[in-house]
Design a protein around this ligand. Structure first.
Ligand code: ASP
Ligand code: MG
Length: 412
């Protein structure tokens, strides 16, 4: 029988009533002839509560115990979902990560899945089981300890199971009905996309469209797992949700698929550093060591052996970044005239694989911002993305203007 993976996020299993509703969805797919692997999150709010308990008990906690505690929310929902399905006369049982086993690295609290042997679950399907309910977000390390995959990790569990079992599709049930051209809270013209390419989703996911854990999209792209994002609160339909798929599956393509943003960015400029081989390494090495997530980097044209170096990072990392740079200066590893921080910026990006074949996307973007008198502070581009830093107070205006300029309210 073909296999389908269905993942239910925290709001879709928030209480017994919602678990019952999710189970009905599963029953529909069983009736459609699928062997179903259900991946569940913890009830919404549960993981936060568990993390809070850990912090209140032991601020410098042992990460192995953190994982033992924080993974437990998923165990409860997996068991409850299996019971609910059994009540509906559907042969189902639950599996904790270690029982499968979901083999991971031993990087506690952010482990990576290394292997999912399929024999245990496949054997049960062979014996007539129709639904395997698996606790998401968790696995087992080579040392035999429980691990977790990082916040939002059940998405990654789901995609990894879909890849391992060669599932026809991986349906991610959440509380939004799909992936939008931009944040619908910023413009009511935001449109749900029927399809989006893996690469676009990856850019949108890492740019702050928090629908899917970024790693789950990377994994889906690598193994070509077709992902559907849809709401468990809407009536079932073939048209529901957004399919995240290979670009070959998308026939019509706008130049731009969506506008993403990240609100709390800071721009930092080291004024007049020596322009010599190794200067970038001398600056960004200490920043990396200090755990600063540097995003954009711009080095200016140099004059008389000096150059300016500008980079961006999240606002809550500014103090760490300033200290790392000042320490490098004190050690004589770098030398600059001034460090200028602007922590009032945001990043707005247009994303689309269509950019590869459409000319003039950047020009159109800059013109749209000019028409709103928005000043651009930094520009970076990649093959399928153009990003700008602008004053944070213009974020909404910029997103709306770009959405209009690229006519994203209209389908291709
Ligand atoms: N329950 C975990 C979290 O809240 C994992 C997940 O739901 O994806 O991060
Ligand atoms: Mg999630």
């Amino acid at each position: 029988m073909p296999t389908l993976v269905m993942k239910f996020g925290g709001t879709s299993v928030a209480n017994l009533d919602r678990i019952a509703r999710a189970a009905k969805r599963v029953a529909l797919e069983v009736a459609n002839g699928y062997d179903v692997i259900v991946i569940v999150s913890a009830m919404s709010g549960k993981t936060n509560e568990l993390v809070g308990w850990v912090n209140d008990t032991s601020p410098l906690y042992d990460a192995r115990e953190y994982d033992a505690i924080v993974s437990s929310g998923e165990n409860v929902t997996a068991g409850l979902m299996a019971l609910r399905l059994q009540e509906m006369d559907i042969p189902a049982r639950s599996w904790q990560g270690w029982q499968v086993p979901v083999k991971t690295t031993s990087a506690h609290s952010s482990a990576r899945i290394e292997e999912i042997p399929t024999d245990n679950i496949t054997a049960k399907f062979g014996e007539g089981m129709r639904v395997a309910v698996v606790a998401g977000f968790q696995g087992i390390s080579p040392e035999g300890r429980i691990t977790t995959l990082g916040r939002g990790g059940s998405d990654t569990t789901a995609v990894a199971f879909a890849a391992a079992f060669g599932a026809e599709r991986c349906d991610i049930y959440t509380d939004v009905d799909g992936v939008y051209t931009t944040d619908p809270r910023i413009t009511s013209k935001a449109r749900k996309l029927d399809k989006i390419a893996f690469e676009e989703m990856l850019e949108l996911a890492s740019l702050g469209a928090k629908v899917l854990q970024t790693r789950s999209v990377e994994l889906a792209m690598r193994y070509k797992v077709r992902l559907r994002v849809l709401s468990s609160f809407e009536e079932p339909s073939d048209k529901a949700g957004t399919l995240v798929c290979d670009e070959e599956e998308i026939m019509e393509q706008n130049a731009v698929a969506g506008v993403a943003y990240s609100r709390d960015e800071a721009k930092m400029t080291l004024i007049s550093v020596a322009d010599r081989p190794g200067i970038a390494a001398a600056i960004f090495g200490p920043l990396a060591d200090a755990g600063v997530n540097v995003d954009m980097i711009v080095q200016n044209i140099s004059e008389e052996g000096r150059t300016d170096m500008t980079f961006s990072c999240p606002t809550d990392q500014v103090l760490r970044a300033e200290k790392a740079v000042a320490d490098a200066m004190a050690k004589g590893e770098i030398n600059y005239h001034d460090l200028v921080t602007d922590d009032g910026v945001c990043k707005v990006s247009v994303v689309g694989i269509g950019m590869r074949s459409h000319a003039g996307v950047a020009a159109k973007m800059f013109k749209a911002l000019q028409d709103e008198s928005i000043n651009i502070k930094v520009i970076t581009t990649s093959e399928i993305k153009i990003s700008v830093l602008i004053d944070r107070k213009y974020l909404e205006l910029a997103v709306q203007a770009l959405h209009d300029a690229f006519e994203l309210e209209k389908a291709a």
